[in-house]
Write a protein that binds this ligand. Structure first.
Ligand SMILES: Cc1cc2nc3c(=O)[nH]c(=O)nc-3n(C[C@H](O)[C@H](O)[C@H](O)COP(=O)(O)O)c2cc1C
Ligand SMILES: [Fe+2]
Ligand SMILES: [Fe+2]
Length: 386
């Protein structure tokens, strides 16, 4: 396996995870990559590593350029194992290497995971000279872990951003302009929504710093690198982190025998009549991580569940638990569902939406058994008036 030269003396290496379809529950329908970078200079430096099962792939790619034993420095921007998992294996091949990590959180997190290794803890403003290249470290706490940092190389005008600006997207075309931009942006949005949405304030702080950098490239930790569309991804991150909502609706539901589904269709038709785009998620077949992606930028949210043994359906409970974690404030939300007797699910859904920080914008829609045409027509009219 080969490294890919992206600049003289600067290589992409890492691993492409073509077959991964779930990243702890986040549906990764296009796989992912764990990007690492090698800088050849007086001090040979590896930026980030890969998930442990891919250590062999990383070592192969390094060996296509230099003997891994010559590595002097390993920069660990983030202690999560998808980037740090191969550090111990790497160190067994690079006896002189030191590991640069954030002070104190990265140091603590790596030591907890991998024990006592030759760490050098760095803070924002610290620099490391490699010879012709300099690395500037910038802590980005809670973007998305306490230890997260990014590394900037002014001589190359490259930001090694790790998780920030990344996408779960496996591609053998390294750069944004070599891929379908709509796919890259869609995956970047999904990544922001599912990994970073809760940390909008921290993202805004980091963006202010990033805006002061002279940038020719953002070398991400997952997916394709930004070089032609840097402004697009920065503007998108600014919009997402500010929580700008569009006149769009998301309908999420589960159904056993089709009644709650009928309500979901009636709600969708009513938004359609208002020319409001609807993203429709039937959780019997759809993924909660895709629903979260749409909720990131949508003003309206309708969530439906029939009652099952006095509870909402487990798919909806899982979705609402996941949603609550993102604290999606300001969405205009309501609950709906069909029931047979006690019918507790709809109030449970409404309570969870409120607990998530949504504004409840209309009374819950709670229909016994099968909704009749008059009830569906009334619902249509009421949603027109929202
Ligand atoms: C296994 C099972 C358990 C149910 N438990 C309840 C219940 O505890 N309370 C209730 O009001 N209805 C209960 N129901 C009835 C459903 O909520 C009712 O049939 C509803 O109309 C189903 O909506 P759906 O067509 O969207 O699945 C249960 C139905 C099934 C199949
Ligand atoms: Fe991470
Ligand atoms: Fe990651």
């Amino acid at each position: 396996m080969q490294a890919i030269e992206i600049r003289p003396d600067l290589y992409w290496l890492g691993a492409i995870d073509w077959s991964m379809r779930s990243f702890h529950g986040y549906a990764t329908s296009r796989g992912s990559s764990y990007n690492a970078y090698l800088i050849l200079d007086d001090k040979i430096t590896l930026i980030d590593t890969v998930k442990r099962p891919f250590a062999g792939e990383l070592l192969d790619r390094i060996a296509s350029v230099i003997d891994p034993a010559r590595i002097d420095y390993i920069v660990s921007n983030h202690a999560e194992p998808d980037h740090s998992g191969s550090i111990p294996i790497l160190l067994s091949h690079c006896p002189h290497a030191k590991v640069y990590t954030s002070d104190p959180q990265g140091h603590k997190a790596l030591a907890a995971r991998y024990g006592d290794l030759p760490y050098e803890a760095v803070k924002t403003g610290d620099t490391l000279s490699l010879g012709r290249h300099t690395l500037h470290f910038v802590a980005t706490p809670m973007l998305h872990w306490p230890d997260s940092m990014v590394t900037y190389c002014p001589e190359e005008k490259i930001l090694f951003s790790n998780d920030a600006f990344g996408q779960h997207l496996a591609s053998n075309r390294l750069f944004d302009d070599e891929n379908d931009l709509s796919v890259v942006m869609a995956e970047a949005k999904k990544y922001y929504a599912n990994i970073l949405m809760l940390y909008g304030r921290q993202a805004q702080t980091a963006l202010k710093t990033v805006r002061t950098l002279d940038l020719d490239m953002i070398a991400v930790g997952h997916g394709v690198l930004w070089r032609s569309h840097i402004e697009d991804i920065l503007a998108a991150y600014e919009k997402w982190s500010e929580g700008v909502l569009e006149e769009r609706a998301v309908v999420v539901f589960d159904s056993m025998w089709g009644s709650t589904e009928k309500l979901a269709r009636a709600i969708t038709d009513a938004f359609t009549a208002r020319k409001i785009p609807v993203a429709y998620f039937d959780l019997r077949v759809d993924e909660i991580s895709d629903a979260i992606t749409e909720i990131l930028t949508s003003k309206y949210l309708a969530v439906g569940s029939p009652t099952l043994n006095n509870q909402m359906m487990p798919n909806i409970a899982a979705f609402l638990s996941y949603l609550k974690g993102f604290v999606p404030k300001g969405r205009q939300a309501f609950a709906f569902g069909s029931y047979g007797w006690g019918g507790q699910s709809v109030a449970q859904v409404e309570a969870e939406l409120r607990a998530a920080g949504c504004d409840i914008c209309r009374p819950m829609v709670r229909i016994a058994n099968v909704p009749i045409p008059e009830q569906l027509a009334a619902l249509h009219t009421e949603i027109q008036a929202l």
